[in-house]
Write a protein that binds this ligand. Sequence first.
Ligand SMILES: *Cc1c(COP(=O)(O)O)cnc(C)c1O
Length: 470
Amino acid sequence: MKYISTRGQVDPIDFQDAVLMGLADDGGLLIPASIPDVSEHIETWREMDYRDLAFHVMKEFIDDIPPADFRAIVNKAYADMNFEGGVAPTVEVGDLYICELWHGPTLAFKDVALQLLGNLFEYILSERGGELNILGATSGDTGSAAIYGVRGKARINIFIMHPDGRTSPIQARQMTTVLDDNVHNIAVDGSFDDCQALMKTLAGDLEFKRTYQLGAVNSVNWARVLAQIVYYFWASFRAGEQADKLDPKPVRFSVPTGNFGDILAGWYAMQMGAPISGLILATNENDILSRFFNTGEYSVAEVVKTLSPSMDIQVASNFERYLFYRLGSDHQKLREAMELFKQTARLTVPLNEDGMVDRRISAGRSTTEDVLTIIRKYYEEHDYVLDPHSACGVTVAEQMGLDGDTVVCLATAHPAKFPDAIKDATGKDGLATHPEIEKLMDLPTRCEKLPNDIEQVRQFIVNRLKGNRE
Ligand SMILES: *Cc1c(COP(=O)(O)O)cnc(C)c1O
């Protein structure tokens, strides 16, 4: 499989180059040159365990890693000790199914992709030589999942900046309790925007970037989307069978959405022939994407703070991939749309004859009140505690009406990461706990506090990298 850019101005490249490139050199996003039709494999794939399935689904998109090597990468990423209780256990709760994607090391669904990506980086660097120094800014969850993806790996360092005192204590500790030599946490005396500005300045300094082999693990890396396609197959099989063992039917997925990476993976799975009849896109009050799928207009509004911080996003970094296909896979049209968006913070697509943007993607939003109500309801009626992100997905699924369909809601974080919201919703303390979270407060930490100053951050990185080489 070759990879091309949505903007059409990069020569086709192989999978490994796509993984290292992240963002395409022409500013677009990398996508596979074609989408494989796997319909004929469905009945065989249904019988496989998660690792077997992951290997087969992803192999469709990779032909520059020998199968035995890729098999080893998958086995390592999805080892039992990494995902206690399975990668994507799918359980019946009330009238719907919950696919729990939070069994990984940081208790959030980003682990599913970043555990694979870390192992892919390690493999590619060991084959090709060289090193990779990952630089990131985080307001919370992505930082810890990225750190866990590469901790202890040869030839890789990771520098993650977070705003000092402005992430939740749990989120900060999930990062700073990782003591591996290749992990460097920086607490910046500033806001998340300051951290991002520092990162952009460093990443934009091409000389610095080349000298120190800087890279990113941002959400547009194709390998992250790829890893997420797998659980749509997995959960559609598991829920379909539980609903009707003898004759499993296609299912619908409800997906709590921020950067559009997760639901895009579901869209690819659907295109490939997974038994999926439709997708439900759920946002919080930051609803640019639900507005888009209801009206065809994609226009930026202010970001507001909600109980589901990982979905507090306006411009969705993966949206360009979907837009490309929606514009008829026309690079020229896509370039024009993105240019217009850059200038006016707004773009539109013409609606289909049925008046919809996409017959197979319905969308809705969930308010803070909805989130608290649904958390309380699922706790009281089903003794099941949802986190605030997953609660958005369940709320919107219920708004749409279940219609006797088999609906799978993706649960993207463990509720123990958000104790305050759970307490607000249920009035009870200590409902959602997890041994890994409880342990955090007693573990030693390592973190460098730095002022919001580009030169001091740069010097810190340089010193650490020198220290490692000596
Ligand atoms: C990142 C994240 C999301 C949003 O996923 P996207 O791929 O950005 O749409 C939802 N829930 C949680 C807990 C997350 O960390």
